[in-house]
Ligand binder design. Structure first.
Ligand code: PLP
Length: 416
């Protein structure tokens, strides 16, 4: 007997992240945090292993009046000022000539989730990367969708052939195609696609759109930590070439950009050639917003608009120090990994680096062996994620060699 609907999936969420995070916490209490390498946490942490909360963001937030914090937003699609500023902040920094609309969402999660359910019919298949943020697959199941994965990599490049094969394997069975591309600063590998790889994706989706309308969901959650920040939106100019039958939905997250994960705010930016078709989608997205979360915290939207305009310089300066820190941490890890031949997926920038272990059974044994050495990481499909966003420079040093030594011992027979 169940009270939930018959089709509900009753298997508990296997939250691999939270389970290992609590093990790491316990280890710190038992043996002291200096002896523990905790590379589990996916938020930005400073060198003292404390979550970063930008002054430029939260001083302004604290100064927002309680009446503004108390009030509803002025629209289900978000406050006009916020919507305009999100567009400026994301697509506005590239020369994007498409019709557009912005829907405020509770984080990037809301934007991804509403896109899945508003684009695809129940039973249809969403196309996601094989190495990916776990929530995509969870969202698909929750919405009675199927998901099919494309391989992220062919060697050190984006695997366009696998994306093509995967899309073509479902295109004749559904009314719409929806693909997810988490770029730049892919979670969990830190890969960023080249302009040419994006051009190939666009041209392929244009071909597919001769059969059915196609949606490219571009999840840009970590974009504001790109190492080449000034050119981080340049690839969006490839969107100008989408056919009339293709829409791009850019999922933006204030959580990462502003270090405000708990202040649920983000946006879905709809882009297409036709303003009428964007408006049509906006109507549908607005109704989803109204029926699921109603509206987004008023003060969170105001804060984003203020910080990225009035306090722009202070914000960018503060954030740039942490981008430098991510670069420093990743440079140490990458150079040491190269020296000891620790296999990695192609990292370019962002919060995470992933060790390549294609055999998930071996990955599990590796993960267990690391825990025994008080090194805490997160298991992802075909790999182990090292969250350099929360790992100090000091603890990044020597880590690659420790990992490689443990990795090499995995298949050695025990001497005892
Ligand atoms: N997309 C990716 C790839 C993520 O890793 C996350 C968060 O971890 C999100 C989207 C959504 O984050 P939020 O809903 O907090 O904006």
């Amino acid at each position: 007997m169940t009270f939930t609907k018959l089709s509900a999936n009753l298997t508990p969420i296997e939250d691999t992240v939270f389970a290992v995070v609590s093990k790491a916490k316990q280890a710190k209490e038992e043996i002291g945090s200096e002896k523990v390498v905790d590379a589990t946490i996916g938020s930005l942490y400073n060198e003292n292993e404390v979550i970063v909360a930008f002054n430029s963001v939260f001083n302004n937030y604290d100064a927002i009046s309680k009446e503004i914090k108390a009030a509803y937003a002025s629209s289900f699609t978000g406050n006009p000022e916020f919507r305009e500023q999100v567009a400026n902040w994301t697509i506005g920094q590239a020369d994007v000539k498409l019709a557009s609309s912005v829907i405020a969402t509770p984080g990037g999660t809301g934007a991804v989730s509403m896109t899945f359910s508003d684009i695809l019919e129940e039973g249809e298949t969403v196309i996601i990367p094989d190495i990916a943020w776990g929530s995509y697959a969870l969202m698909a199941t929750d919405k009675q969708l199927k998901s099919k994965t494309y391989q992220m990599f062919d060697g050190n490049s984006f695997n366009i052939e696998s994306l093509k094969e995967t899309v073509l394997s479902v295109i004749d069975q559904q009314n719409r195609i929806c693909i997810v591309i988490n770029d730049p600063c892919h979670n969990p590998t830190g890969y960023t696609m080249t302009q040419k790889e994006w051009e190939e994706v666009i041209s392929f989706m244009n071909e597919c759109s001769k059969k059915v309308p196609c949606v490219i969901l571009n999840d840009i959650a970590y974009i504001d930590y790109s190492y080449d920040l000034n050119n981080s939106r340049k690839y969006m100019e490839t969107f100008n070439k989408i056919s009339d039958n293709v829409m791009v939905v850019v999922a933006f997250s204030c959580s990462k950009t502003m270090t405000s994960y708990g202040l649920r705010c983000g946006a879905a930016i709809l882009l297409a050639q036709s303003a009428d078709l964007v408006r049509q989608s906006e109507i549908v997205f607005e109704k989803s917003a109204r029926s699921i979360w109603s509206n987004i915290p008023n003060a969170a939207m105001k804060n984003f608009s203020d910080v990225t305009t009035k306090y722009y310089s202070a914000f960018m300066l503060e954030k740039s120090k942490y981008i430098d820190l991510l670069e420093a941490r990743s440079a140490i890890f990458l150079s040491e990994a190269r020296l000891c031949n620790l296999p990695l997926y192609p990292y370019k920038e962002g919060f995470f680096i992933t060790i390549k272990i294609e055999d998930n059974e071996k990955r599990n044994r590796f993960h267990d062996a690391l825990i025994k050495e008080y090194i805490f990481t997160v298991k992802v499909n075909k790999g182990i994620r090292v969250a350099i966003c929360s790992l100090s420079v000091e603890k990044s040093k020597g880590l690659a060699l420790r990992l490689k030594t443990i990795y090499d011992c995995l298949d050695q027979p025990s001497i005892i």
